[in-house]
Design a protein around this ligand. Structure first.
Ligand code: NAP
Length: 476
């Protein structure tokens, strides 16, 4: 077990502070500790980022890209070490952790290049003797607050564009999985980023966030996490009108229509639903299957789910790791109990597994569900697939949109006109059409409605870190 430290102004600090334990959810063992930082540490990190901003922002995009490319390569070179640490601290199966390291690295590479394409504009003038231009500027010091479920990718999806645009960064990772983030800071150090350009603080989220919100040096907050915390940050950002980007919770519907290829749908739902034990913001939470293929889909899907192996993610053969903690397990159990009480039928699974000190839940399929059940109203964040029978395309669309969330949705149909018609009516920022894994560095990721504000990834992902400055030049 290691005692990890915070990274401020190029130094490893926080040895004198109390510590927080990071626990392996597969067996309850301690993986490491991090300093329990608060206001003072956040203030120091912000001050370091503030001092570093001026010289960093004056580098050319090409020079900044060189640092990012070195960091990108270091992630790839250290894939195995990062993946093992990720699995230990938050439980995802090792093959998924390796996949996440590659995915995390892809954002750094993408934005290293995208930084070179932050174009300004020259706008035709309405009077002679003037030139109208739009210049682009980095927004300033950025605070990035990240969740536990993708400890590497959620960080690089923010740091990549922020650094490429010329911003400096203070990262506050989740206390459940801060170690991968700390390892990424070590790699930043090896990549040679100047002191203060990247900083990381661990500890009390409320104390650190309070300082971030009250400190005038921070111009931008980029947050990924729950909608509940996102709303707190919106309120707290009001006093200084801080720039805010939010990637929040989802409650993804997945629609299988009568003309779907059921085998394709089953394969895609397996990928979407059970990745990270169902603890992803875009995983299918509500499955609506049209009556013509309902029985066939339930049977094939349940057969596939029964083959999944649950266990400690370090075992190469494991498909489903633990939930993040006991509270996560309790929530899944509560949702399943509620569904069964209200008439849902467990086709497979349905029970917790708590041997060896771990917090696991059986991969579960529940049919005969309806909208009155809690799992059809809220993110379950677990390996539970509820299936509701629908009679028509219109009913599926109505149910799919009947939520305050709007992150990801999935549609399965082989009919192009029908697929197009359905997707045009879905109020979701991301749609997988015959596809259960739509994420990629080069596409815009983000939600409508209460699932967030802004987009990460793609060419849009850098906009959040850039301000437009309109310059009117008199020429007479
Ligand atoms: P969370 O509880 O909202 O925590 C996210 C981050 O916010 C953590 O670093 C946490 O720190 C911090 N935090 C907690 N309370 C805070 C407060 N009052 N002020 C400031 N920061 C605070 O979310 P989570 O449980 O880690 O992540 C799961 C959620 O994230 C799900 O809802 C999921 O859908 C969403 N998510 C969304 C996306 C997306 O792209 N839209 C991607 C991944 C996850 P501590 O851990 O130290 O408390």
């Amino acid at each position: 077990m290691n005692n990890y430290l915070m990274h401020i102004h190029g130094e490893w600090v926080g040895e004198e502070l109390d510590t927080l334990s990071v626990t392996n959810p597969a067996n309850g063992g301690q993986v490491g500790t991090v300093p329990n930082g608060g206001k003072a540490e956040a203030e120091k990190a912000i001050a370091a980022a503030h001092v570093a901003f001026e010289p960093w922002s004056r580098l050319t995009a090409y020079e900044r890209a060189e640092y990012l490319k070195r960091w990108h390569q270091l992630l790839l070179d250290n894939e195995e070490e990062l993946a093992q640490l990720m699995t230990l601290e938050m439980g995802k199966p090792i093959h998924e952790s390796r996949g996440e390291v590659k995915y995390a690295a892809s954002f750094i590479e993408w934005f290293a290049e995208e930084g070179k394409r932050i174009y300004g504009e020259t706008i035709p003038t309405h009077v002679s003797g003037k030139r109208l231009q739009v210049w682009k500027k980095p927004v300033g010091v950025v605070a990035a607050i990240t969740p536990w479920n993708f400890p590497a990718a959620m960080l690089t999806r923010k740091m990549g564009p922020a650094l490429a645009a010329g911003c400096t960064v203070v990262v506050k990772p989740s206390s459940e999985s801060p170690l991968t983030a700390i390892k990424l800071m070590e790699l930043c150090e090896k990549a040679g980023f100047p002191k203060g350009v990247v900083n990381l603080v661990t500890g009390s989220s409320t104390k650190i966030a309070k300082e971030i919100m009250e400190n005038e040096k921070v111009r931008k907050i980029t947050f990924t996490g729950s909608t509940e915390v996102g709303k707190i940050l919106i309120r707290q950002s009001a006093d200084q009108v801080k720039r805010l980007s939010l990637e929040l919770g989802g409650h993804a519907p997945l629609i299988v229509l009568d003309d779907a290829n059921v085998d394709v749908a089953v394969k895609a739902v397996m990928a979407s639903k059970f990745r990270n034990a169902g603890q992803t913001c875009i995983c299918a939470n509500r499955i609506y299957v049209q009556s013509g293929v309902y029985d066939q889909f339930v049977k094939k899907f349940a057969n596939a789910v029964e083959k999944l192996k649950v266990g400690n993610g370090v075992d190469e053969s494991v498909d489903i790791g633990p939930l993040i903690n006991k509270a996560g397990l309790d929530k899944v159990e509560r949702h399943v109990r509620d569904a069964v009480t209200k008439g849902g039928t467990v086709v497979t699974g349905g029970k917790p597994i708590t041997n060896d000190g771990g917090v696991f839940f059986q991969p579960t399929v529940i049919k005969d569900v309806d909208q009155t059940m809690v799992m059809m109203q809220e993110e379950t964040f677990g390996p539970v697939a509820p299936i509701q029978k629908v009679e028509s395309e219109e009913e599926a669309i109505k149910l799919a949109n009947d939520t305050p969330y709007g992150l990801a949705a999935y549609v399965f149909t082989e009919n192009v006109a029908r697929g197009t018609r359905v997707i045009e009516q879905l109020q979701y920022g991301i749609v997988g059409w015959n596809d259960g894994a739509p994420s990629a560095a080069q596409v815009p990721f983000g939600g409508m409605k209460q699932s967030g504000i802004g987009r990460e990834g793609g060419h849009e992902g850098i906009d959040a870190f850039v301000e437009s400055q309109y310059v009117s030049i008199g020429m007479e």
